[in-house]
Design a binder for this molecule. Structure first.
Ligand code: KIV
Length: 284
């Protein structure tokens, strides 16, 4: 048997621990400090959460994009708090390692800081998630401070905030001009001061996002925000190629599962129609 000096064994153990131990706010902060990119994907159900967690994803976001991806709505506005809690609890049951963030849906945090806190507490109690996420800047600073005072980790979301699509007039690039970029930068600093443990930046110029990531101590996760941030997030069904109608510049497809699922369903239908399924070996 080879006798390894303890320095190597310790290194091996700590690396293994980093790979298998539950991701926490502290781990995310350490990843930022060490310059280790953070991977984040959406999940809305148990089966997908299990697969993505087993692959080693750092953060799973139970996004209110479930309104689009799971329910077929054209905006994220219709999804309810009860529906987000249902999706959140399903995802948490499938996860061993990833940090799970649940989006607060439109209407669950805009009325007052008190109703916002009540919504966040319901999410934390009824899903078992690790954090909540909400969209917006300055007007939410006091709400976020109340969450963190109550022990609830909060992820902010700036840039393109889909819950405000009607106010923004569409899903275009945000923070483009000097004034808008400066406002976004100040709001990101404010989110950190208010107590956010991370911030998502959606669809903003890469230079603006990189400036924010450099200034903030907390991780900045981008979607359509270039490579100068601390991590990346995509909607899983988009990056797996299950949806071919959504083709923004920032989206890279890492698989063509939509085509594979269609081919598998066609093969099944043929096998049923020609009575080759089930075979004797597949029967009792
Ligand atoms: O709901 C969602 O999927 C999101 C990501 C796009 C960041 O908020």
């Amino acid at each position: 048997m080879v006798a390894y000096p303890s320095i190597y064994i310790n290194k091996e153990v700590s690396q293994h621990q980093a790979e298998t131990k539950k991701v926490t706010t502290l781990r995310l902060a350490a990843m930022k400090a060490q310059g280790e990119p953070i991977s984040m994907l959406t999940a809305y159900d148990y089966t997908m959460a299990r697969l993505l967690d087993a692959a080693g994803i750092d953060i799973l976001l139970v996004g209110d994009s479930a309104a689009n991806v799971m329910a077929g709505h054209t905006t994220t506005l219709p999804i309810t708090l009860d529906q987000m809690i249902y999706h959140g609890a399903c995802v948490v049951r499938g996860v061993q390692r990833a940090f799970v963030v649940v989006d607060m849906p439109f209407g669950s945090y805009q009325i007052s800081p008190e109703t916002a806190l009540a919504s966040a507490i319901r999410i934390m109690k009824e899903t078992g998630a690790d954090a909540v996420k909400l969209e917006g800047g300055t007007h939410l600073f006091s709400t976020i401070s109340q969450f963190t005072a109550a022990g609830i980790p909060v992820v902010g979301h700036l840039g393109l905030t889909p819950q405000s699509v009607h106010q923004l007039g569409g899903y275009g690039l945000q923070g483009k001009e000097g004034v808008a970029a400066d406002k976004l930068f100040e709001e990101a600093l404010g989110l950190e001061r208010a107590g956010c443990c991370a911030v998502v930046l959606e669809k903003v110029p890469a230079s603006v996002a990189a400036r924010v990531a450099q200034a903030l101590q907390i991780p900045v996760i981008g979607i359509g925000a270039g490579s100068g941030v601390d991590g990346q997030v995509l909607v899983s069904q988009d990056m797996l190629g299950m949806e071919d109608r959504f083709t923004p510049k920032f989206l890279r497809r890492f698989a063509s599962l939509g085509e594979e699922i269609k081919q598998a369903a066609e093969a099944y239908i043929t096998a049923v129609k020609e009575r080759s399924f089930p075979s004797d070996a597949e029967s009792y």
